[in-house]
Design a protein around this ligand. Structure first.
Ligand code: SAH
Length: 239
């Protein structure tokens, strides 16, 4: 089924405040490339294949629930940590031309895939980067940081918060079972001078296990210079 045959996709994205109209050709091209590539390298789990739109693209674009509330069309410098096959980076890049995205992953074949998509779709606002998150040569440069399905909250906080400007936001994509992770992240939030300001709940357009939440975290002050620590420590001795 193509996007054009599925007016459903149009109305689903409208629920997020997104107009698919001018982007449907690009989105369709991305879906085609993704499905072909996914047979060669595993970008998402095989079970999720049929739900590429519902579970991955729609979920990525739920970011608009945050953006439309906090920003209008402000140009933004965004970092996506552990982007894998480009989620949320690629859908965000297609729909938000005013956002400049650095998409980081430590796995080369995934970054190569994003480079391929960037060239095929002529996406000028996405910069794929093959590096470990804790070894980036950025400072506190970003307006927004994102991470989806990458690690437990207290761990991704250490990867993400140092790269944010003061007053900027980290958006963590989680399932609704995040309460435990939030409890365990108290110490990390304190040490990194950050706080959870809001949780935006939404549902994926599927029947079951569809509850999701964007955890919105503000960086209130500078991060102490020792963070992020070397990867061994981040994982072995989480904050
Ligand atoms: N965000 C994507 C991928 C999630 S899988 C999605 O939602 O589908 C997690 C990804 O994080 C993997 O691709 C893995 O290579 C990457 N990753 C794990 N640890 C990392 C680190 N320290 N630095 C950069 N990438 C990392």
């Amino acid at each position: 089924m193509t996007l054009k045959e599925s007016s459903d996709y149009f109305s689903k994205l409208a629920e997020l405040g997104i107009n698919i109209d001018k982007k449907s050709v690009l989105l369709e091209k991305f879906i085609d490339i993704f499905l072909e590539y996914n047979q060669k390298i595993n970008l998402i789990s095989r079970n999720d294949f049929r739900f590429l739109f519902e579970k991955h693209i729609y979920d990525s674009l739920s970011l608009n629930l945050f953006l439309k509330k906090y920003y209008k069309d402000t140009p933004l410098n965004m970092l996506d940590i552990g982007t894998g096959g480009g989620f949320p980076s690629i859908p965000v890049s297609i729909f938000f031309n005013n956002i400049n995205i650095t998409a980081v992953d430590s796995t080369l074949k995934k970054i190569k895939f994003i480079e391929f998509v960037k060239n095929e779709l002529k996406l000028n606002n996405i910069n794929p980067l093959c590096k470990r998150a804790e070894e980036l040569s950025f400072g506190a440069d970003f307006d927004i940081c994102l991470s989806r399905a990458m690690a437990e909250l207290r761990i991704i906080l250490e990867y993400a918060i140092p790269y944010l400007k003061e007053g900027a936001f980290f958006v963590a994509y989680k399932s609704l079972k995040a309460e435990e992770e939030i409890k365990n992240a108290k110490n990390a939030l304190k040490i990194l001078n950050a706080e959870i300001t809001e949780q935006i709940e939404y549902s994926l357009p599927i029947e079951t296990e569809n509850k999701r939440v964007l955890i919105i975290i503000r960086k209130n002050a500078q991060t102490p210079g020792i963070y992020p620590r070397k990867n061994g420590l981040i994982l072995k001795k989480p904050l």
